[in-house]
Design a protein. Sequence first.
Lengths: 465, 163
Amino acid sequence: MACEAAALAAATDISRIVVRDDHFGYVALTDWPAGSATLNAAGEPMPIVGINTLIATCRESLLIARKLHSATMTELALADLAACKKTAALLNHACEESLAASSSKRPIDRDGAVVDAYAEAKQAFDAAAPYLNEYNKLAGLKVELGSLDGFASSGIALPAAAELAEVESGACNSGNYDGFVNIPVCGSDFYFAGLAEQTSLCSKKKFRPLSVPARPCSAVLVSATISNSTLKNSASNEPATNQSKPGLQVFASAAALPGKNPDLTNPPMFVLSFPNGMAEEDFSLAKILQEGAIHSPMVETQRVQGGDYPDELSASLVRDSALGDMSLSDLGAKGLFDWLRACRGKVRMESLLARVNEPLLDCDKEDPRKIFVLTVDPTGNVRTAAAKEFTSETILDGQNFAISYDAEIGDSKWTVSLRDQVSNLSLSEAKHAGRCLVDNQCVGLVETVYPKDGLAVALQFAAPH
Amino acid sequence: MRRRTDRRRGTSTVEFVVGLCAMMPLLLYGLNLFAIALAVPLLDSVAASCARTASNGSPADVSDVHADRTVLKTELPYLRASTSLKSAKLPVFVAVSPSIKMKESIRAPLPQSTLGGPVSGSVTIELDSKIKLPCPLPFMPEAISVQSKRTLPYTWTMPTQVH
């Protein structure tokens, strides 16, 4: 029972650990709202993303990339998967540091408090073991991080029906991905951490110690050795000393899984705007993504540095050497990919694929200005709302901008620009680290479903000539 | 010949009755000890079950750090534990007092009311029970009082109110 108490305490504690990742920002075993220590460079609170949410988002992006036959999206999803594996290794290392009996570098939680899961486990063990005394002593307490060889849920819902999500029946349960099993897509391995509805005990026989650092681990095994020295020292009627040999040793162990938290962040908006009227009658997102459908010279991608552009005087646009020049379809694919990533896997695949392929229709025939706002409703369906005005033109620090002046659509040449506010999630490279721009000046939304929504990506088709 | 057989049979009966009289107290003592040995682990598991139920949900008070605060009968951890106690199945000779002694300790960091978060703390359950011995005997009480105590950490996470 004392081991069970210790395992529960340790599992609860490791779910508090937050690591600062170069690629994804603040990451933990499960989703958390922002804390006082999880701020971006602008001092804004940053929600903490769960490792399973990251992996699920990456997997969904890869599936959608395949369905849309987008090589750019596939490339970006694979790059994110590689980054996810590094993040998982970083998180595993932090958990191990926290569970070690002695460590010089304990991880911290979202409020900056040190997370010493070993001390918590020891405290819980001592409190639950009233039989420990001068004769019955705790000879050893070991807390290990690992996975389970058997059923454990990841707590992450499938983004579509199992067939479309390419999940075998044995790898999902109750509409959720299973934890600790490989659920591959296109030959790429995806492993989720196992999380319970609430921190709970699990089978210690199925516990497997951490072997592959790139796979997220969340199970905790506590092993205790209790030494009974009554027999050894009964003759002299003296309590056992450290030097005395133990008369009898009792071994006990228990395993536990941390609980999950829901991701309560609001999916941001993807805006497609035509301030000078629609480029074509049956224009759709699929046309933008289709290679060669819109003729345009290669477009130079730019990155903002030195602050928010053009709000801050120190800010400037420089060439993004990492991305280089891109075709218009690649830019569209990048915008869509980054928006999906910012939605954190909340998008239903069927709904997105339908929206991409269907023409953008506006009910207001009199107003030539067309602004379409793609949002995600609580059930994951992508909805298209029409807006009449969207005034903010700010590009956030560290994010991407690209503009093409000669995109041929129909008989005219259009100026196409991409403003991607969620391209860079790095806390060190981007002041807002992918926190979306909230535009209170966005007025005239036909359906104000998400008043707190931020703008993630804006794609504009303007000035036909 | 017949008289000799009857006499032998009568001797055996007497020996059996005398032996039984001598052994009976020992057998009854053994039966009582068996009942105690059966009841104590059962009571321990009931206490563990109550502690687990109490630790699964919200503590009585998370507004401040405290140690060994008595949980009142009207507070949620108590109500959860008493539900678990009511559903426990015990032998007829075991009676558990319906009044649970419950204490909780809450340590820093405390979850914030809007942001939520896990609770660092534990809940301790003490059950007072009586094992009524099935075979009353001299030099043995009619019932034995047993106290079962279990402590478990809280595993509840305060839900967040912000998005």
